[in-house]
Write a protein that binds this ligand. Sequence first.
Ligand code: CMC
Length: 433
Amino acid sequence: MSDAESSAKLAFKGQTYDLPVKKGALGPDVIDISKLYAEGKVFTFDPGYTSTASCESRITYIDGDEGILLHRGYPIDQLAENGDFIETCYLLYYGELPNQAQRRSFEHAITHHTMIHEQMSRFFQGFRRDAHPMAVMVAVVGAMSAFYHDSTDIDDPRQREIASHRVIAKLPTIAAMAYKYHIGQPFVYPRNELSYAANFLHMCFAVPCEEYKVNPILARAMDRIFILHADHEQNASTSTVRLAGSSGANPFACIAAGIACLWGPAHGGANEAALKMLGEIGTVDNIPAFIEKVKDKSSNIRLMGFGHRVYKNYDPRAKIMQQTAHEVLSELGVKDDPLLDVARELERVALNDKYFVERKLYPNVDFYSGITLRTLGFPTSMFTVLFALARTVGWISQWKEMIEDPSQRIGRPRQLYNGPLKRDYVSISKRGK
Ligand code: CMC
């Protein structure tokens, strides 16, 4: 770095390039290489983007070494402890916590967008009953662009806002319908008098033949789970949403792309995989043998719910999730949950094992979320759906930020080509039998 620390020097093939250094409000400085190819005909190489900042953002900050997660500057534990999901949505999307009038008006807008176009419900019938609800989510959320044409003009700020309200409001309805369809029960319409989380639980667990009263403690736990998953900086699905949106694609298509990416077991699918893993371990006696298998690279087995690309410390969301798991278990009178015993012991063993310590592998948000969601009554196939529902506000806030950024251009990574050199076409008759 130069004396002024405002630029960095790169010496390459006898040339020196001055690269501007940008300083963020928090976090490492960023070396701006955007003109490097134009000036030096050289690319940088960073598969997995471990050292690459793909955009400038004012939404979420993570300090992975310290285990800090801030939304618009507010620590996640303060939001989870004192706020609620609607407020967190407002904060992520508009940049500030709402005052009372702003909150009323936002909550009203979200509540009054929860119904979906009646014809959309026919999509569900086209799926096999045993379809994974994430497959249904990708399709139905993508189909929103076929129904809400009046909010797909991305150059109109009001249309952007309406589309954003629509996805935040309708995702719980679509998620609950995906669940109801999966288990063969009738769809339950949203209820405007209920809170965001309570309405979701009602749409999932109510049936037309009897009254269903939402337990406020469980609704609070659901709300907190939504807060914990609301946004997480430039992770794989958020980057997917931004990349899809950078071409000018409509917001519903972008959110569907984010859902598709989230589905993978290394990302949102990890909560499902973590619970499956705990079930397979079964009892604490089997933990040592399982840990040995994880450490044996040839087994290709990972400790699911452990490790994170950014956190090299305890994921701050995992602590709150663990506490939420306890609250849900105690409210539902579950005294002994064998899987919770396995999870606690597994965590203790891993945190004291050289393999995990050296690699700075700690529990992430998904380690305890599966236990909590299962106790709330959700089947494992719904876990990633709940993650998608909650992350939608993060995706749409990041999408809006990108569209409103005057420097925004289509995302177009380059590559290190290692394929065959130019060669001439050979007709099939000369390629052998
Ligand atoms: N179990 C065992 N070993 C692991 C694990 C794990 N869960 N995670 C990382 N490692 C090892 C890995 O084998 C490698 O070892 P070595 O240096 O000897 O080759 C080292 O730790 C670094 O791993 P990496 O794969 O380079 O790390 P990454 O940053 O690419 O991967 C991760 C991050 C989250 C994909 C990975 O930790 C993982 O697969 N964890 C399990 C899946 C999981 O819980 N995912 C949820 C993430 S939180 C929710 C979300 O944001 O989506």
